[in-house]
Design a protein around this ligand. Structure first.
Ligand SMILES: [Zn+2]
Length: 361
């Protein structure tokens, strides 16, 4: 850790204003009264996520709005280069995945395990908290997960969206033999599809407007439906034909309002609709359908206690290498180009990775 004087960071200043800047090099200090011991990581990989893109494009994401310049990025892995006093489970040179949300550890939500709902949670790249797309980043050590030798820094970074998928499938009560619909074949949709299959879902249909994304999902074993100009009735028929019935769990991962209506329409009576994507804040819903079918609509906000499960899933399914999602790579200096690629349509991009070290392949 000694001798580092520069710390290049991707800093978003406002809509369409992302700058590469040098920021201070962090130092892991004492745990202090909180007893939270920290470590410093030299960054390895970051995934460019949907919320990062929203802060870059719009200066806001959902109810969170930029109020001052913010380091972007929250899907990260790295190598430990400094540990504060009291850090016992990590040592210099360990490679880690960084769980980006750090809660208070004291409130009723934290104590009950639902720490994603902690009112005092500090989450990377959610205002006013800085993200971790910088060469050196300091983080509470208990939210850094050591990676076994067989798990790469790429996979370490992808544990974050995989954690979202695991949390979503837990909400969707996916069990063996289920029929599942996933709306949206972006990284979260595809990972949700993979997790659902891992949990035993027998039939899975995934929809999107992007043919290349659907081709990729099909290569991983999903049935696909291209959404073009069909009516909702036509889409319902297409989905139920592919599934040979109605889905018991539907995951709305696109953030497109019409897909939430489709989900409620097509889901089986007594089924679950999980809202993973974020659509309009004031959407009208078909209340009669929801009540008469006893549809359970569940919101998803990040995740809790999913990183360990995500790591175990990577270790236990070598046949489904999540690194396949990575379609493009950029160096940290090219972070702006990475976000442009990640936000493009019909360009073949699934997961765009920014990396700290040299790109060799
Ligand atoms: Zn809390």
């Amino acid at each position: 850790m000694s001798g580092q004087t520069t710390n290049l960071a991707a800093v978003v200043h406002g809509p369409n204003d992302l700058r590469m800047e040098e920021i201070a090099v962090p130092v892991p200090g004492e745990g202090g009264k909180t007893g939270v011991h920290k470590c410093c990581c030299r960054s390895g990989r970051w995934g460019s996520a949907g919320s990062d893109i929203k802060y870059w494009r719009d200066g806001r994401c959902g109810r969170f709005r930029l109020t001052s310049p913010m380091v972007i990025g929250h899907e990260a892995s790295g190598t430990v280069v400094g540990v504060g006093p009291g850090v016992l489970h990590l040592k210099l040179g360990d490679r880690v995945a960084i769980e980006p949300g750090v809660p208070c550890r004291k409130c009723q939500y934290c104590k009950s395990g639902r720490y994603n709902l902690c009112p005092d949670i500090v989450f990377c790249a959610t205002p006013p908290g800085d993200g971790n797309m910088c060469r050196y980043y300091i983080h509470p050590a208990d939210f850094c997960f050591r990676l076994p030798d067989c798990v790469s820094l790429d996979e370490g970074a992808l544990l974050e969206p995989l954690a979202v998928a695991i949390h979503s499938c837990r909400k969707g009560d996916v069990t063996s033999g289920d029929s599942v619909l996933v709306c949206g074949a972006g990284p979260i949709g595809i990972l949700t599809m993979l997790v659902a299959r891992r949990l035993g879902a027998e039939k899975i249909v995934i929809t999107d407007v992007d043919i290349q994304r659907l081709e990729f999902a099909a290569s991983l074993g999903a049935s696909t439906l291209l959404v073009q100009s069909q009516t909702q009735i036509e889409l319902c028929t297409g989905i139920t034909d592919l599934l040979q019935g109605r889905p018991r769990s539907v995951f709305e991962c696109s953030g497109v309002d019409t897909n939430l209506h489709l989900a409620i329409d097509v889901v089986a009576p007594g089924g679950v609709v999980v809202m993973v994507g974020r659509g309009s804040s004031d959407l009208k819903l078909p209340v009669f359908q929801i009540t008469s079918k006893e549809v359970q609509i569940k919101g998803v906000f990040r995740y809790s206690n999913c990183y360990r499960a995500a790591l175990n899933m990577v270790l236990s399914m070598p046949d489904t290498n999540i690194k396949q999602l990575i379609t493009h790579r950029f160096p940290l200096e090219g972070a702006i180009k990475a976000f442009e690629m990640a936000s493009g349509r019909n360009n073949g991009a699934i997961k765009v990775v920014v990396q700290c070290d040299a790109i060799t392949d």
